[in-house]
Design a protein around this ligand. Structure first.
Ligand SMILES: *Cc1c(COP(=O)(O)O)cnc(C)c1O
Length: 415
């Protein structure tokens, strides 16, 4: 399900025509549908309404502060992976008491700051991290909450770059290390174990890996209980997939029902960390065709957006639908949609049947997650503007970068 639709051969988001946006704000730019984000969040919240739960939006999937503000206003907590993301949550008016800090490489500085601000808890991924957090917590005379992120060794059946719960991945704590860790925790007075969790990967399109992961967490909980250790939270992470093309991920309702069945007879509160499934289908990248090149029997549409603006196709060979903003009649040709960056991996789509000409606008669908937030300045390209669409209105939520912005931190050598 996309937030895009045609009316009279013109592409729209909510009540706004994309051609008008290009005229007003220029291209390339990212557009997000406010209604779609709200609907996705509500679907999650309502699906889990029968059990105690907290949704912590994964900030890394879309970290624009206006998007975070929207989610904060609906009561969302946040899953962060850096001190920078924590600052964004605060800037967006998010509640620091609903922030979970994940990630394998938390720096001393970031941990210290998170303790000072008073986040809800840390998702701990190693013994060294545990010791570091305990030390920094003691230094501030505090007791901080932690959850242990275990590695359940489950194949999430997704792209290897976004699979995170298998033994060979760097994430989480191996089960065999858990017991020693529990002994360690019992000796440390500046931390409190409140839960266990896992995050097995992203763009997962089957229920089974989630259910296996949940079984693992429940088994660990049973072991903890036997040892007299009581926890309050189970964290199942994020990872629910969306439809980019012809995938058939479980619906949020199916996902929720299956998980609820597993936890309903425990007294544990469920933590969810969805990212992609909240914002993925709520955003698009709008780009203009600069040139059309025909080489032998291949046709290229060269766009003003490239891999630096949207990395997923180049990085994961990801497929995202590409739609003309104005539909033309005529014979379709097969095009590779490529950006201006000097890399052959710089493509947005391959073998797309389109009726297009230079100057036409294209919308790259489902770019709301891992889109802008993965963009870079490679080739000294200014990052695109971001715009939030709400009904008939368009709000600029990040202005287009300028060359001055880009070189502002650099300086010439004066000898
Ligand atoms: C990336 C990540 C998420 C979000 O994953 P999605 O696939 O976007 O839902 C949640 N939790 C952790 C720990 C993550 O690293």
């Amino acid at each position: 399900m996309s937030c895009l639709y045609y009316n009279d051969n013109q592409l729209f988001i909510e009540h706004v025509c994309l051609a008008d946006i290009a005229e007003q704000f220029g291209t390339p730019c990212y557009l997000y549908s406010k209604k779609c984000i709200i609907d996705n969040y509500r679907a999650f919240r309502d699906a889990f309404a029968d059990i105690p739960h907290q949704i912590c939006f994964a900030v890394k999937s879309n970290s624009n502060i206006a998007i975070l503000q929207l989610l904060a206003d609906m009561g969302a907590g946040f899953d962060i992976v850096s001190g920078g993301e924590l600052k964004r949550v605060i800037a967006a008016g998010g509640d620091h008491k609903k922030v979970i800090f994940s990630g394998v490489g938390k720096s001393e500085q970031d941990i210290e700051e998170a303790i000072r601000i008073g986040i809800f808890c840390f998702n701990v991924e190693s013994e060294q991290e545990l010791v570091r957090i305990a030390h920094l917590s003691a230094k501030q005379n505090k007791i901080v909450n932690i959850m242990l992120r275990v590695n359940p060794d489950i194949d999430a059946k997704t792209h290897s770059y976004i699979s995170t719960g298998m033994r060979e991945n760097k994430f989480g704590i191996e089960l065999i290390d858990l017991i020693t860790l529990l002994n360690k925790i019992s000796e440390l007075t500046s931390i409190k174990l409140i839960g266990i969790g896992c995050h097995i990967g992203s763009q997962i399109t089957e229920l089974e890996p989630f259910l296996l992961a949940m079984d693992h967490l429940l088994a660990i909980n049973a072991t903890l209980k036997e040892q007299g250790i009581k926890i309050q939270y189970l964290n199942i992470g994020g990872g629910l997939g969306i439809v980019y093309r012809d995938e058939t991920p479980p619906s949020v309702t199916e996902y929720a029902e299956a998980l609820q069945r597993k936890v309903s007879n425990t007294h544990l509160k469920l933590i969810l960390e969805p990212g992609r499934s909240i914002v993925g289908n709520a955003g698009i990248l709008l780009t203009k065709i600069e040139y059309i090149k025909n080489t032998g029997d291949k046709h290229f549409a060269i766009t003003d957006a490239g891999m630096n603006d949207l990395l997923r196709p180049a990085l994961y060979n990801a497929w995202q639908n590409i739609m003309p903003v104005t539909e033309h009649r005529g014979p379709e040709l097969s095009y590779d949609i490529a950006g201006p960056v000097c890399e052959s991996s710089d493509f947005l789509g391959r073998d797309r049947k389109l009726v297009i000409q230079p100057g036409d606008l294209l919308a790259i669908d489902c770019a709301g997650a891992y889109g802008f937030c993965m963009s870079s300045n490679y080739n000294s390209r200014c990052r695109p503007a971001e715009i939030l669409i709400s009904g008939h209105d368009a709000y600029l939520i990040r202005r287009r970068e300028t060359i001055e912005d880009m070189i502002a931190l650099e300086q010439l050598v004066v000898e």
